[in-house]
Design a protein around this ligand. Structure first.
Ligand SMILES: Cc1cc2nc3c(=O)[nH]c(=O)nc-3n(C[C@H](O)[C@H](O)[C@H](O)COP(=O)(O)OP(=O)(O)OC[C@H]3O[C@@H](n4cnc5c(N)ncnc54)[C@H](O)[C@@H]3O)c2cc1C
Ligand SMILES: NC(=O)c1ccc[n+]([C@@H]2O[C@H](COP(=O)([O-])OP(=O)(O)OC[C@H]3O[C@@H](n4cnc5c(N)ncnc54)[C@H](OP(=O)(O)O)[C@@H]3O)[C@@H](O)[C@H]2O)c1
Ligand SMILES: Cc1cc2nc3c(=O)[nH]c(=O)nc-3n(C[C@H](O)[C@H](O)[C@H](O)COP(=O)(O)O)c2cc1C
Length: 589
């Protein structure tokens, strides 16, 4: 699909209007298909129906669910692909066979779109699903303590409610493709051979399509984009370094929308690789076995393939075992994840290797223990209607000092320090379809995005501008100091002047003695926020997951309880309704 260039603030010509109408109509019809799928999974049974549910935050599970649907078809099953957010417990009981692909978020929590269905299933009055064959594919990341927790919970619960586990759950780490595909290939023939819970019905709702155009660029086949421009947003004297990057998508045919995520691959810094080779007492030329008969040089693996800054849990365990270090050994034995986090705080792999420097560890062993260098996700800060064939990101460079040595985050400093303008970088995109501005352009939106959390809201505001949306826009933004950290200041103030941004409330946390955060600004505007919500406004949050998003959530509950004169339970229900209606959505990390 060719996206016409529409200059900022220009009135639309008829061609552009027609294109926009088609674009949004297409999106709308894709959304309708979702709700039809639930019904199809229950009623389609002349052949063998199978419901393939996905719980996802950033699209990996959805992508795998799509692959599972293809495989189901090849095994004579009739798949229905279902967003868990569109599925109720009651409709679940009508499924003949169930395959679920579910990631884990927060600290061992459900992804947002699976939360409500999970609440229904964990309740005492959850429906029984006696005899329904099921299988769970769990996505996660071994860097988290509660690895694949959501998948594990579903697996146990569905079995406890009478479901028949067809094959064991597989927990997949960040390099999930191979394990996930093997699991999908194993479960589908077994599902097809199983009697299931057949009733009656017609054809399946999923028409899995071959990937064409921009969709062919994936995690395993990323696109070689080009860095066009790097602009330092935070001013001199700031304690932070926030950088705006503009990336060309060339002839990739990649389509994305405001709210989506771009994943960026990086490489390790040469100086760091050299230090690692030195501590391993290698030359770098050693050939290390990888897959099957394949071999790669140690230098190549340490530079391009492995995450060599963040020590993997396996490496930490090995260092503890071989060194006999009592402190680390005790912490690992206790399985006290907080104690381990405290122990590791600030240290990178080199710190640990230096600490236990006398331990013999071969290059091959190190490579086996290290995790693959995964792409990092970034909330897109541009709208494609305004920046044709480009994607923009807003990245905080991760740097800290530990025992006098500068430590760096791999990807953010690869972008900031290593990658030159006009050079290539590998990217792929994930849709974030829950994080969208409302289909009804007349709806008001409230956006809360301190720090880099502003990224998707710059994109939202651009989309509202380009589509001449009539709904009002309210942004809560903030960071440490107004003088140095008011990023995108000129753009935001220009949007305020032009009326695109109706309200802008700012919270500078370190400009005064006491902290002022975005949630303080929300509480000051409680009456107005509640009025907006009552009138149908959408509420979005982006940025830090661990502190900010939790405190903003609490402030939202407090505002609703106080302004609506509701009990805490009633306020909870109000917020649950907002979530269910996709009017309270978050992109937090
Ligand atoms: C959906 C999503 C959207 C995101 N959007 C954005 C965005 O728009 N902008 C953005 O900047 N980031 C965003 N992120 C975060 C981003 O993906 C990366 O996690 C971030 O850039 C760090 O990656 P890195 O490779 O530079 O650091 P890594 O090499 O991954 O290192 C990070 C690790 O370094 C350690 N560390 C960091 N700071 C310190 C410190 N001060 N002291 C001690 N240890 C420390 C921590 O262990 C941390 O886990 C997003 C993440 C997700 C999941
Ligand atoms: N590990 C670290 O030390 C560290 C440090 C910074 C950022 N980060 C991470 O780096 C990423 C990018 O950071 P960022 O630029 O988006 O944001 P950020 O640097 O975390 O913070 C942006 C603003 O939010 C404030 N803030 C802190 N705690 C808050 C809370 N509980 N509620 C509301 N606001 C709060 C900060 O204030 P104050 O800082 O003045 O409290 C600052 O003004 C995030 O993932 C973040 O978690 C990590
Ligand atoms: C903020 C955040 C929190 C996460 N928390 C966990 C966790 O607690 N346990 C886990 O195993 N994986 C965790 N993950 C990893 C995701 O589950 C993993 O990246 C998965 O592939 C995402 O799949 P999705 O795109 O379908 O959501 C987390 C990822 C992010 C970004």
């Amino acid at each position: 699909m060719e996206v016409p260039y529409i200059p900022p603030n220009a009135p639309f010509n008829p061609d552009q209007r027609q294109w926009l109408a088609g674009f949004f109509a297409g999106l709308h019809s894709r959304m309708l298909v979702q709700s039809e799928n639930v019904a199809a999974a229950q009623s389609n049974a002349v052949q063998k129906p199978i419901a393939i549910l996905y719980g996802t935050q950033t699209g990996n599970s959805e992508e795998l669910a799509n692959e599972a649907a293809q495989e189901a078809k090849e095994n004579g099953l009739v798949p229905s692909l279902i967003d868990m957010g569109d599925c109720t417990a009651v409709s679940f009981t009508g499924f003949a066979r169930v395959v679920m692909v579910c990631s884990t978020y927060g600290e061992g929590e459900m992804p947002d779109n699976a939360q409500e269905l999970w609440e229904a299933f964990e309740a005492d009055d959850a429906p029984r699903i006696d005899g329904v064959p099921f299988g769970i594919l769990a996505l996660g990341d071994t860097n988290y303590d509660l690895y694949c927790e959501a998948g594990r919970l579903w697996d146990e619960r569905l079995a406890a409610l009478g479901g028949e586990r067809i094959i064991d759950r597989v927990d997949c780490d960040v390099d999930y493709e191979e394990a996930a595909r093997a699991w999908i290939k194993e479960i589908m023939p077994r599902m097809a051979a199983h009697g299931g819970n057949e009733t009656a019905g017609a054809e399946g709702a999923v028409k899995a399509e071959a990937k064409t155009g921009g969709a062919r660029w994936t995690r395993t086949n990323p696109y070689d984009a080009t860095l066009l421009k790097r602009v330092l947003l935070s001013a001199k004297g700031s304690g932070k370094e926030i950088v705006h990057y503009e990336i060309s998508l060339g002839d990739s045919e990649i389509e994305y929308r405001a709210g989506d995520i771009v994943n960026i691959f990086s490489t390790n810094e040469i100086a760091y690789v050299d230090k690692m080779i030195e501590i391993l007492q290698c030359s770098g030329d050693e050939m290390i076995p990888t897959k099957g008969e394949d071999k790669e040089s140690l230098r190549h693996l340490l530079t391009e393939v492995l995450d060599i800054r963040r020590p993997s849990r396996d490496l930490i365990q090995l260092l503890a075992d071989r060194s006999g270090d009592r402190e680390l050994g005790k912490i690992l034995e206790s399985k006290d994840s907080k104690a381990l986090d405290d122990y590791l705080y600030g240290k990178d792999t080199l710190d640990l290797m230096n600490k236990f420097g006398s331990i013999p560890l071969s290059g091959a062993e190190f490579c086996r223990l290290a995790k693959p260098l995964a792409a990092r996700a970034y909330s897109i800060s541009s709208c494609p209607l305004k920046h044709e064939n480009e994607v923009h990101v807003t990245v905080a460079s991760v740097r800290w000092d530990y025992e006098g040595r500068e430590h760096k985050g791999i990807c953010s400093t690869y972008l900031a320090d290593i990658l030159a303008e006009e050079k290539k970088l590998k990217v792929y995109f994930t849709r974030n379809k829950h994080f969208r501005i409302p289909e009804d352009e007349s709806k008001n939106i409230i956006m809360v995005g301190p720090g880099t959390g502003i990224a998707p809201f710059r994109a939202f505001l651009e989309e509202r501008e380009m589509t001449c949306a009539s709904g009002k826009n309210w942004l809560f933004f903030g960071d440490r100091n107004e003088a140095t950290d008011f990023i995108y200041k000129d753009e935001l103030l220009a949007m305020k002047d032009s009326g695109i941004l109706n309200r802008l409330d700012l919270a500078w946390s370190r400009d005064q003695k006491e902290k002022i955060y975005v949630q303080n600004r929300m509480l000051e505007n409680a009456e107005e926020i509640f009025k907006w919500l009552e009138a149908g406004a959408y509420f979005y949050v982006c940025g830090d997951a661990y502190y900010m998003a939790k405190d903003v959530d609490k402030a939202l509950h407090d505002i609703i309880a106080e302004q609506g004169m509701l009990s805490a339970e009633e306020a909870d229900s109000y917020v649950s309704r907002l979530k269910k209606d996709k009017r309270y959505v978050r992109d937090v990390y």
